[in-house]
Write a protein that binds this ligand. Structure first.
Ligand SMILES: C[S@@+](CC[C@H](N)C(=O)[O-])C[C@H]1O[C@@H](n2cnc3c(N)ncnc32)[C@H](O)[C@@H]1O
Length: 303
């Protein structure tokens, strides 16, 4: 499809860390350097200044006692289901996925390392099993930089990948923003998640600039094919998990709406990427090319 004698492929930029390869197609060494492929790859989020501490995966101790099901969480008495709700269903592809047409009132809670159910076959474990499709990083031809595409068909509701990076406090996000805001070439990757819980706002900032996963290459679209849902597994820090909101054909670019969650009724408000041009917040032109394009890239006013 895109291989010519002048293009090269890195087979797996995750170096085997992901269950399926994340390949990269590029034209020359300059492009590769520009991509800073030597930045570190992580499958899950890490905490600032302690990269070894993985905060969301199944190896961490869980933050609450899980269920004590012996029937693989089929019964409605499952402690995880009855406390937090249950949102996964079997999809057209026969895999577990999310019913993206249904309202998800808060974050999704998967069974965790304290639960007695099977880590392999329990149906309330999806995101923790990782990506299920080969992905490819490629250079867009229209000025949006690098992008990410799927190499296989993805069915509506399927989990695609996380948005993994450093979990940073808002002060640190502001500091990083100050450092880069006058550099017109700088790409901004900070994802700010705000969850409305009763009358409080829980904010999580994820920055994959130094250490991140395939999710960092997903561009914005005003008519996206992915949506972020927050999933808690073994930590109160949520996983920002991308699910397909429609069927996506092999070879299609993956996109999400940097401005948020509203279409599907979640209480997670304003999933915003921080962006700007020439130091003026909110003035970066959106190049998604959709008929319903809103014209500018969404941005976070609070930084
Ligand atoms: C999370 S990164 C996405 C990956 C990025 N394209 C790259 O080359 O690494 C976000 C950046 O991508 C660019 N971008 C993403 N979506 C865009 C769009 N629809 N129009 C213009 N630029 C976009 C912006 O520069 C933004 O700061």
């Amino acid at each position: 499809m895109e291989l010519t004698s002048n293009t090269f492929i890195v087979e797996d930029i995750s170096n085997g860390l992901e269950p399926f390869p994340v390949s990269l197609i590029y034209n020359d060494d300059k492009e590769l350097e520009e991509l800073r492929i030597h930045q570190k790859y992580t499958v899950h989020c890490v905490e600032l200044s302690s990269e070894k501490k993985i905060v969301t995966n199944e190896e961490s101790p869980s933050y609450y006692d899980g269920c004590d099901c012996t029937d693989n969480c089929i019964s409605e008495d499952c402690g995880c289901k009855s406390t937090h709700g249950y949102f996964y269903t079997t999809q057209q592809s026969h895999q577990r996925g999310l019913n993206v047409n249904f309202f998800v009132p808060t974050s999704i809670y998967e069974c965790n390392s304290s639960c007695t159910c099977s880590p392999i076959t329990c149906p309330n474990r999806v995101v923790q099993h990782g990506i299920k499709i080969p992905l490819r990083v490629f250079k867009t031809m229209d000025g949006r930089g690098w992008g990410l595409r799927t190499l296989r068909k993805i069915f509506k509701g399927m989990f695609v990948c996380e948005y993994a990076g450093e979990i940073i406090r808002t002060e640190e996000a502001k500091r990083r923003w100050e450092e880069m805001k006058n550099d017109a070439m700088a790409q901004n990757y900070v994802l700010c998640l705000r969850e409305h819980v009763e009358n409080r706002i829980l904010r999580t900032n994820i920055d994959p600039i130094h250490i991140g996963n395939a999710g960092r290459y997903i561009n914005h679209s005003c008519a996206p094919n992915l949506q972020i849902y927050l999933v808690r597994i073994n930590s109160l820090i949520p996983v920002a998990a991308f699910f397909a909101v429609r069927d996506i054909e092999a070879g299609e670019e993956l996109t999400f709406d940097y401005s948020g969650f509203d279409d599907h009724g979640g209480r997670l408000e304003n999933v915003a990427m921080v962006d700007d041009i020439e130091g003026k917040k909110g003035k970066k032109k959106c190049l998604c090319g959709n008929e319903i394009c809103r014209g500018i890239l969404p941005f976070d006013q609070s930084l």
